[in-house]
Design a protein around this ligand. Structure first.
Ligand code: MD3
Ligand code: FE
Length: 216
């Protein structure tokens, strides 16, 4: 069930309301991309991308890692936030200062001042890989928004309503786009269509998505 077709083609510096409490900041992170990607490489050198197992026994197509005080993990036991990377037993890499500052600035622009993320999930998509519709409800306080930053290949993002069966809208998220998901939209179902093949000049044959959360 997919209706409508939205494209984040507003000029930089403008934001538009995507849904109640949710704001699209097109190309907001574009000028920070080199710095963000260098910081992603720094994190990945300490906590590599891995394919986590779902509680149902499947292996996720998306490669995932984290930085910050808390990191999201999934395994046979379920989904949860942990203070340590289960692969290394060490705390997750510190959240780079530039990450925190960008996320807080974008949240404030979306009407959520004082956003202090303690977790940043980093997702890596390759062509053919998507993410099936789900809700993000492993965080303590749903009053805090989630800020997402897209880098690399574009993806068709799907977002629905509070019930799985609600209609899904589609939105293409391109390199540098930021979305602030708060208010009633914080608990909306959402997913990502399998990535189309392509190559991004700066990032290559992949899409990297940063999602900033106040998890604890
Ligand atoms: C809407 N990631 O990590 S980011 C996830 O592109 C996740 O990697 C997607 O869904 C990605 O959980 C989507 C955009 C996003 C993130 C969280 C949301 C949209 C959201 C929470 C509520 C509503
Ligand atoms: Fe999600």
């Amino acid at each position: 069930m997919i209706s409508g077709d939205l494209f984040a083609d507003t000029p930089p510096g403008q934001s538009w309301a995507l849904a109640p409490g949710a704001w699209c900041l097109p190309a907001r992170a574009r000028d920070h991309a080199e710095e963000l990607l260098a910081a992603v490489a720094w994190v990945v050198a300490r906590a590599p991308f891995r394919h986590m197992r779902t509680p149902g026994g499947r292996v996720m197509g998306v490669g995932l890692t984290n930085c910050g005080a808390l990191g999201w993990v999934s395994d046979e036991g379920g989904y949860r936030y942990t203070e340590r990377d289960p692969l290394s037993g060490h705390p997750w890499p510190t959240m780079p200062q530039g990450f925190r500052e960008l996320a807080a600035a974008c949240a404030a622009e979306g009407g959520y001042p004082g956003f202090a993320p303690d977790a940043c999930l980093i997702n890596c998509y390759e062509p053919g890989v998507g993410l099936s519709p789900h809700q993000d409800r492993d965080e303590q306080d749903f009053a805090a928004p989630i800020v997402s930053v897209s880098l690399g290949l574009p993806a068709v993002f799907l977002f629905g309503g509070l019930r799985r069966r609600d209609v899904f809208r589609r939105l293409t998220l391109a390199h540098g786009d930021v979305v602030v998901w708060g208010g009633p939209t914080r608990l909306a179902y959402h997913g990502v269509q399998p990535l189309r093949d392509g190559a991004h000049a700066m990032v290559g044959r992949k899409r990297i998505n940063l999602t900033f959360r106040q998890a604890g």
